[in-house]
Ligand binder design. Structure first.
Ligand SMILES: [Fe+2]
Length: 167
């Protein structure tokens, strides 16, 4: 079955989004490497690799359906975060965006009665929702413990400075 042009464009958009989010997650992992959240850096990098794999999967899927592809104008990835909490907040926002786009794509495939695409995007939605739960859990954990995990190094510096001032 020849793919509908609307579906083709929507798949292109999702490829760009998956690609941009993959880059953004790798940036976040790099940031976390230099914080007390090193273990989360590995976890974040794996998520980035997964999104990269999603983009490549969609790339191959679209190539199979249309024969010829063009990819350009990838979104610029973020590279500045004020805190690890902000990193996970941003990851959650990215995940919401990709879930929303995938749901739109699934709805379009249903509307166009493209059952092959329906199956592909249904699987993507489930995977993204499961990842969103992981990101949300870590986001909440960091939110609850940030006074200990994030502020401790700064408090130590503050205490040291106060001691220096007193001496
Ligand atoms: Fe994805």
């Amino acid at each position: 079955m020849k793919i509908d042009i609307k579906l083709e464009k929507a798949i292109y958009n999702l490829i760009h989004l998956e690609w941009a989010i993959s880059q953004s997650l790798i940036d976040k992992a790099t940031y976390l490497e230099n914080t007390p959240f090193k273990d989360y850096a590995k976890w974040m990098k794996k998520r980035g690799e997964k999104e990269h794999a999603h983009a490549l999967y969609l790339f191959e899927y679209l190539k199979k359906r249309v024969g010829k592809l063009e990819l350009n104008n990838l979104k610029k990835a973020e590279n500045l975060y004020p805190s690890p909490f902000q990193v996970f907040q941003s990851a959650l926002k990215d995940k919401h965006e990709v879930i929303s786009s995938t749901i739109d794509l699934y709805a379009l495939a249903v509307e166009l009665k493209d059952t092959e695409s329906e199956q592909v995007f249904h699987a993507f939605i489930n995977e993204h929702i499961s990842e969103e739960k992981h990101i949300f859990d870590i986001h909440q954990k960091i939110k609850l413990t940030k006074n200990t995990l994030i502020l401790t190094p700064y408090l130590k510096i503050e205490k040291r400075n106060m001691t220096e001032v007193r001496e």
